[in-house]
Write a protein that binds this ligand. Sequence first.
Ligand SMILES: [Zn+2]
Ligand SMILES: [Zn+2]
Ligand SMILES: [Zn+2]
Length: 86
Amino acid sequence: MACNHIDQIEDVKPRTHGCEECLKMHDTWVHLRMCMICGHVGCCDSSKNKHATKHFHSSRHPIMRSIEPGENWGWCFLDEIELEFT
Ligand SMILES: [Zn+2]
Ligand SMILES: [Zn+2]
Ligand SMILES: [Zn+2]
């Protein structure tokens, strides 16, 4: 099964150096994920606030990737499949 949303991916850079919402709330996170459509940085589902998933629900941007050092996997929320980025 392949993801047919990858054509929505833009040449984005992380908009913030940490989870955008957690930084505003002075909260903490576990891992960071970046939206591949707009560059929003949110925290992962192991973090209590789960802002990356919340960003998908509010924006309908389907694809995010890990921006943890050494990690190049991504995730399509609509297909629920793992993607690989180089
Ligand atoms: Zn997809
Ligand atoms: Zn967060
Ligand atoms: Zn986005």
